[in-house]
Ligand binder design. Structure first.
Ligand code: NAD
Length: 351
């Protein structure tokens, strides 16, 4: 059921899930286990081909390695993606098969929720393996839905970047939020409480309209959100949205959001610098969720989670200031910092 391809230039191991009995297919990528077990969520999404699914998993797993390293967590990076079947399917069966695959990796990979997966799915995984987080825990202990922590880290980062680097107040500024799912909706609530003006969009237009009314936000079409007049653009949907077509249309001077892999390519990071737009690297600012997941796995408390999430914005400011000093893309600066952390651990282990 699980085939293994070891090595490769981008990852340590790729596991292909191909269950003939149930038709469940997916990929687990372990990008790095240098700092600890590869930790990263499971995405349940429809892909047009296995190649597309693998490419997404590889990119996401690399992002997790860098995210975990920069957040100071004792975890490497990994990611799982499962093909979402078209039409009717039995969700329990999908996550039972996935749980068996995670169990087969004997703790080298720790999973949790990501786009398209829920706590109920992780409960099914938990019946097969203990290498899963994102579940209910006792009061005061880390655990449960990681999204509010992700939203908090993004909000604090946005505020710090606006006020400490770009010298404008987030209160009264206009923030365009793309995607009002778990992270985007939480971020909107924090921004609203802080007095920011909101423009939102989601491909689920009905939900977006209802949410906008509740929050007193302006709602626009999903194809318009990147072009609206805003001070900040907060991508909170899927990746690859910052590209050669979208960047010239952006009016925002700051990009700070929860989505993973926002840049379509490294060249787009350079293009943002050329357009005078400050980009808060996605995996730096959206680390709140994995901080909560890792604390749950290590049986730590919500107080410890809060302390670590509160450190995200300061880390971001350091990266942004270095990037501005050197006129380099912040994403490149962050990548190098993460690579150094992983390389120095590898060296000290080898010594
Ligand atoms: P979610 O599935 O709850 O929300 C995503 C939302 O985006 C959905 O409402 C969806 O309809 C909408 N959407 C999809 N495509 C869109 C488009 N083109 N335009 C507008 N809206 C669109 O997922 P989530 O948990 O909120 O995660 C959002 C992003 O943040 C993902 O990239 C995820 O990998 C990343 N992330 C999430 C967490 C977390 O704690 N949940 C942590 C780190 C990173």
């Amino acid at each position: 059921m699980v085939q293994i391809f070891e090595g490769g230039s981008f990852q340590e191991r790729i596991y292909v899930i191909n269950d003939d009995n149930t038709g469940v297919t997916g990929i687990i990528v372990l990008h790095s286990t240098v700092l600890g077990p590869a930790a990263g969520g499971c995405r349940f999404w429809h892909y047009d081909s296995q190649g597309e699914m693998a490419a997404d998993a590889v990119r996401l797993a690399k992002g997790m390695s860098y995210k975990n390293a920069l957040a100071g967590l004792p975890f490497g990076g990994g990611k799982a993606v499962l093909q979402r079947p078209e039409g009717d399917f039995d969700r329990r069966t999908v996550f039972k098969v996935f749980g068996e695959a995670v169990a087969a990796l004997n703790g080298d990979y720790v999973t949790a929720e990501d786009v398209g997966t829920t706590m109920a799915d992780m409960r099914v995984v938990r019946q097969q393996t203990s290498y899963v987080a994102g579940l209910e825990t006792a009061k005061g202990m880390a655990g449960g839905d990681p999204s509010p922590w992700t939203a908090l880290g993004v909000f604090q980062s946005m505020k710090a970047a606006a006020e400490n680097v770009l010298q404008f107040e987030l209160r009264g500024a206009t923030v365009a939020v793309q995607g009002i799912g778990n992270v985007g909706s939480g971020l909107c609530h924090l921004l609203k409480q802080h007095g920011a003006n909101l423009v939102i969009a989601d491909v689920d237009e009905t939900r977006a309209a209802v949410f906008a009314t509740e929050l007193g936000a302006k709602c626009v079409g999903a194809d318009e959100i990147m072009e609206v007049d805003a001070d900040v653009f907060a991508p909170c949907a899927l990746g690859g949205i910052l590209n050669s077509k979208s960047i010239p249309k952006l009016s925002a001077r700051l990009i700070c959001g929860g989505a993973n892999n926002q840049l379509a390519s490294d060249a787009d990071g350079i293009s943002l610098v050329e357009h005078g737009i400050l980009y808060a690297p996605d995996y730096v600012v959206n680390a709140g969720g994995i901080i909560n997941v890792s604390a749950e796995y290590l049986q730590e408390t919500t107080v410890q989670v809060e302390q670590r999430v509160n450190q995200i914005s300061g880390r971001l400011i350091g990266i942004l200031q270095q990037a501005l000093r050197q006129s380099r893309p912040p994403g490149t600066v962050a990548d190098e910092m993460a690579q150094q952390i992983i390389a120095s651990t590898r060296k000290s282990e080898a010594a």
